[in-house]
Design a protein. Structure first.
Ligand code: GLY
Length: 282
């Protein structure tokens, strides 16, 4: 397990997908907010540029598909850990087709593909928090117990615990990993309650980084050989108070990335990429 932890956050590849124009009107959303589609596209281009240019990942870019308004949120279509990729069965029927291209791309990377074919199972990658030691799976409007069981079967090296998601779209709508053993968590009552459940269910003592805004707790952590600890997080324009918390992380290379428009359709930073460490499968 120590060896596995050493590789936590170490990624070589990312799969992303373009923003379809249909996202503006047709993407699923909790609140009825209008999206500026040009801004959303620009925002996403900058996100991809960070992965590619700044962090040097090999980025595989799927083209946007207008018939799939939520397709930019690739994280929901697959969970990749080590050399295994679980192709999910997304909770929203309108999103199920997104998994086909994801399966093709991940097969091309020679990952071991496990498909969630059970029609009683649903799981969105946004509900899956991998800590490097174990998985927490949010039971939400999108993910059910059977989905969590199939994930546990796919990743047998790790413990899998479920956490009720009582508010917000996904588990990672209010938390994510900000470093090895460090959980970023929102301040709302339901976020704090979920954290308490995760702490109770784990043998490990996680550190926590509490930010005032729930969605700002969704950040992208990497540990890259050439850069060390890297954190993509919200911008001061979006969440000034939460950024002040991130700025206390002195060992991390901090990269603010705007996500204002995609956020209006419940898309957080982790939603926009599937990160892979290809070195683990050679
Ligand atoms: N708009 C992201 C989702 O609802 O799945």
């Amino acid at each position: 397990m120590a060896g596995l932890m050493a590789a936590f956050g170490n990624f070589t590849h990312a799969v992303v997908r373009g923003v379809p124009t249909s996202l503006a009107k047709e993407a699923l959303r909790t609140d009825n907010l209008d999206v500026d589609i040009l801004k959303a596209k620009r925002e996403h281009e900058l996100y991809v540029e960070v992965l590619k240019q700044k962090l040097g990942l090999e980025v595989i870019e799927l083209p946007a598909d207008e018939s799939m308004p939520d397709c930019v949120f690739v994280e929901d279509a697959a969970v990749v850990c080590g050399d295994t990729a679980l192709i999910t069965r997304p909770g929203a029927e309108s999103r199920r087709k997104e998994t086909e291209d994801m399966k093709r791309v991940l097969s091309g990377l020679n990952l071991n593909i496990v498909e969630m074919t059970d029609e009683s199972a649903t799981l969105d990658g946004g509900d899956v928090l991998f800590t490097g030691r174990e998985f927490f799976v949010g039971l939400s409007k999108r993910t059910n117990q059977r989905g969590a069981e199939i994930l546990a079967d796919a990743f047998k090296d790790y413990a899998v615990s479920t956490v009720p998601v009582t508010d917000g779209l996904h588990l990672k709508s209010f938390c994510s990993m900000a470093g090895p053993g460090l959980i970023a968590i929102g301040s709302s009552e339901h976020a704090q309650k979920a954290l308490k459940i995760m702490q109770q269910m784990s043998d490990h003592r996680y550190d926590k980084l509490t930010v005032p805004d729930d969605i700002a707790a969704n950040c992208v952590y990497m540990n890259l050989p050439s850069k060390g600890h890297v954190l993509m997080h919200c911008t001061p324009e979006e969440f000034p108070e939460s950024v002040k918390v991130y700025e206390k992380l002195k060992d991390h290379m901090l990269i603010p990335v705007s996500n204002m428009e995609k956020c209006k359709v419940d898309g957080a930073l982790t939603c926009c990429s599937v990160l892979i460490n290809k070195k683990t499968n050679v």
